[in-house]
Design a protein around this ligand. Structure first.
Ligand SMILES: C[S@@+](CC[C@H](N)C(=O)[O-])C[C@H]1O[C@@H](n2cnc3c(N)ncnc32)[C@H](O)[C@@H]1O
Length: 234
């Protein structure tokens, strides 16, 4: 893609009446809820506003550490959101295809100021259930896969496994059956055994199971049951 808009660097609209106003400029930061409260409702503009400015996910950082000194490859960032991981990959010299279903995710990626080489980042607005997944050296799916429609999940996972080249990496999260959101009919969650079975064609470098209650100052309780995965395809 080519970058459509200059970065947002003007603080006051009246000082620059010609600037582009993005939808996310209208969410007052003081009113933001925690990110998961938006994700629970699939309120993606709210989610993007809540996570704006956050750094890359730890599972991606670990996969990149394990990639080592080899030249950067080609990565797919599935349900990339506002691009926190895609930007990190590009900064480290990777070529990236970032896929997300929401138009604001794509617009926010285009507005990022921390992508040093736009020739290495391509963004595509598409649903993960339908998006073609090209062969890649790394497939990153950070907090993404539970949002796949359950009846499409098995087929999506099969396409993910096929897309990762032998010796390439999968990193991201799978969500467990004890997570609060597992009760929602449009979510895809797995038991630990199912998750392990899904990873049968991988050597697992990290499988950190998080199983804990969360609550915050805004009183949005959530039980987290998440597998943080970094795995290398055989
Ligand atoms: C919880 S956010 C995670 C975003 C990003 N990967 C991160 O780590 O912050 C989930 C993302 O999935 C996207 N999404 C949800 N359902 C989707 C679908 N069926 N196909 C493609 N993207 C989807 C949303 O637009 C959102 O950007």
């Amino acid at each position: 893609m080519t970058r459509p808009d200059p970065p947002r660097d003007q603080p006051e609209a009246p000082a620059n009446p010609g600037r582009t106003l993005h939808p996310w400029d209208e969410i007052p930061p003081a009113l933001l809820k925690p990110a998961h409260a938006y994700a629970a409702q699939r309120d993606w503009p709210g989610y993007f506003a809540a996570v704006a400015g956050k750094g890359p996910r730890e599972t991606l950082i670990e996969a990149l550490r394990l990639w080592g000194d080899r030249p950067p490859g080609f990565a797919v960032d599935l349900a990339a959101g506002e691009g926190r991981d895609a930007a990190e990959l590009v900064r480290r010299g990777w070529r990236v295809l970032a896929i997300d279903g929401h138009p604001q995710a794509i617009a926010r990626m285009a507005a990022r100021v921390d992508v040093p080489d736009w020739s290495r980042l391509r963004t595509v607005q598409a649903m993960m259930e339908d998006a073609p997944l090209p062969e890649c050296d790394l497939l990153n799916a950070s907090f993404a896969l539970p949002f796949c429609l359950p009846h499409r999940f098995a087929e999506l996972w099969e396409r993910i496994v096929s897309a990762v080249r032998p010796g390439g990496w999968f990193c991201g999260q799978l969500f467990g059956d004890r997570d609060t959101w597992a009760a929602l009919p449009d979510r895809s969650h797995q038991t630990r055994e199912q998750a392990m079975e899904m990873l049968a064609r991988f050597d697992i470098a990290q499988f950190n199971e998080e199983d804990k209650d969360g609550a915050d100052a805004h009183h949005h309780p959530k039980h987290w049951h998440v597998y943080h995965v970094v795995a290398r395809k055989r």
